[in-house]
Design a protein around this ligand. Sequence first.
Ligand code: PMP
Length: 357
Amino acid sequence: MSTGTNPNRFWSRLVRELRPYVPGEQPRMSNLVKLNTNENPFGPSPRVSDAIRAEAAETLRLYPDPEAVALRQALAAYHGARPEQVFVGNGSDEVLAHAFVALLKQDAPLLFPDITYGFFPAWCRLFGIEAETVPLDSALRIRIADYARPAGAIIFPNPNAPTGIALGRAEIAALLQTHPGQPVVVDEAYVDFGAETAIPLVASHPNLLVVRTMSKSRALAGLRVGYAIGDAGLIEALVRVKDSFNSYPLGRPAQAGAVAALEDETHFQRSLALVIEERDRLTQALTRLGFEVLPSAANFVFARHPARAGAELAAELRAQAVLVRHFARPRISDYLRITVGTNTQTDVLLAALARCL
Ligand code: PMP
């Protein structure tokens, strides 16, 4: 196409060369069994909608607290930290993006697993960060020993995505031991569903940033609240980036709703127990259908069938109105990532799979 007619002719070079992250489909149809984006089917605490309703008032004409003090205090109290060790953002994606700029862009390459959250390479391209991927082992596990190499910084999710496999806290402590001079970010988006949090290591490791989200275990993907816990020095770096980007990332309803979610521990624990119980049932049923299911500590499972290609299965499920996630990527193209749904959703999925096989 000549430049005269190219509709992209106004794009910057950076934008022309980007390969953006592609999120799971958010279909407009309502009759689908949606198991493709790791949303929590059991819903948020009813206290959240009460708190949001109370904020839907005349005060909406005013900007929200740019420092989200009440929310940061609530998170600090919940996690046994100080408010200056807490940063909040518009979903953990925003918190992570700020961490890439503030902490992970160093003179030596950033290390992360070859199979991991697809946004990591996207942010490297956006922010011009040199990255080196570290292969998972043959069982698709992160091996801490493989990170003993020159690095500017390290990031990985725990549990990893999309495998769902978790590292123990002792392994993360060992990694921190070998990299005392580099920022290490642990993305704990799914940790509440059965992994050990690294937050207790923050007190003794000024280089550790733990990133969390309310999207999954608190069932608030629609509210967009993420946060990070780390040494006050790391948090200050995030604040410097935030205040160079958007002073008000969380609106009043989001701040109030997030505080209310933290106050309902009973709902939180019940919802976690339901997800974990349903994950176990799903794992057993998939295994009976012949799937190989990785051990998941998340609200999804990663599974492959020895006789069927992943892309084909995903397409056949979609034809039966069941959405799961498939990644056309080396090493994992035969796997399906299936979000843990309700009892009924699991039954519909299993019946659809039985027809495919
Ligand atoms: N980290 C991982 C590993 C994820 O899978 C997701 C969800 N796509 C996120 C972070 C971001 O979640 P959110 O922005 O909703 O907090």
